[in-house]
Ligand binder design. Structure first.
Ligand SMILES: N[C@@H](CCC(=O)N[C@@H](CS)C(=O)NCC(=O)O)C(=O)O
Length: 294
């Protein structure tokens, strides 16, 4: 944050990185930094991602679709290491001009379709397979209400709260207060909603749950930012009930492992090209001597 008395210049200039995690990949311009094509696997759906909360939304959806028996949802998940700037390759920018994971290509249609923004990917898959999106007017609209709520709200959690609570070079009181207030307000919105219904959009598990769980379930289960105590997560009882129930779904357990490069090696599946990879290609199997490393 600015020191006391800081006056912004008339025109902002891009100078040295400001410090803090991810400072090296932040730029005020878009577009590619280097030439490189994306790999293409054998399945209809090609996912380019990393297991951050935004990435996990999509791998959960794909695993849920496969669990329902939708064979057309078979996918290759290619790892994009955002800390190393792989989202700025020419290949990635052609799929997502916004250079953010997750990004997907559906090669089962001619010409192939690109899909970016996690909410757009969830909606695309829900419509393509006719699953996890209610068909009646009221149910569908409520599901989309919450899907879009997530897309608009989570940046205050990720770019606001998480950035200043964890990643900024120093702890600054003003932005931490500002974004903690908003994050707690959002947690309360969800907690009140989940006092009334089993799942976010009603009595059915939908893409709204898949979009919201990785961020807000992650916060109250202490898996995102290690901030559960700070945020008094235990007070959001209905949200915790829902978060724990979803965490137990087998497809959610699998989806969380895909493109994950940190944590327990047995839960890291860097790339997923076949359903059997969960049994044979996690890091503990590929690299038995490796410790927990990024
Ligand atoms: N609104 C986007 C957000 C995606 C996003 O912020 N992705 C982050 C990782 S969680 C990213 O790729 N960051 C790389 C960068 O900013 O260069 C979505 O939901 O898909």
């Amino acid at each position: 944050m600015a020191e006391k008395g800081y006056t912004p210049p008339r025109v902002w200039k891009w100078e040295a990185p400001s410090g803090g995690k991810f400072a090296n990949i932040n730029r005020p311009i878009a577009g590619p930094t280097h030439e490189k094509e994306l790999p293409v696997g054998k399945h209809p759906l090609q996912l380019y991602s990393l297991a951050t909360p935004n990435g996990v939304k999509v791998t959960i959806m794909l695993e849920e679709l496969l669990a329902l028996g939708h064979k057309g949802a078979e996918y290759d998940a290619h790892l994009i290491r955002i800390g190393e700037g792989e989202q700025f390759s020419t290949g990635f920018v052609a799929v997502n001009p916004n250079s953010k994971i997750p990004a997907m290509v559906d090669r089962s249609v001619d010409p192939p379709v690109r899909i970016f923004e996690s909410g757009s990917i969830l909606l695309y898959l829900a419509e393509k397979f006719g699953a996890f999106l209610p068909k009646d007017l009221h149910g569908r609209t409520e599901c989309l209400n919450w899907l879009f709520w997530q897309m608009g709200s989570a940046p205050y959690v990720g770019g606001g709260f998480g950035h200043f609570y964890v990643y900024a070079p120093e702890k600054y009181e003003y932005p931490i207060n500002r974004f903690t207030m908003e994050t707690k307000r959002q947690l309360d919105v969800l907690d009140r909603r989940l006092a009334e219904v089993a799942y976010i959009a009603g009595e059915e598990y939908t893409i709204a749950d898949m979009a919201i769980w990785p961020w807000y379930g992650g916060l109250v289960l202490n898996e995102v930012y290690g901030a559960a105590e700070f945020l008094e997560a235990h007070t959001y009882k209905n949200l915790l009930r829902w978060a724990k129930e979803i965490a137990e779904r087998p497809a959610v357990k699998r989806g969380r492992m895909v493109n994950r490069t940190w944590g327990d090696p047995s839960e890291q599946l860097h790339e997923r090209h076949d359903a059997s990879d969960f049994e044979t290609k996690t890091q503990d199997k590929l690299n038995p001597t490796q410790e927990n490393v990024e």
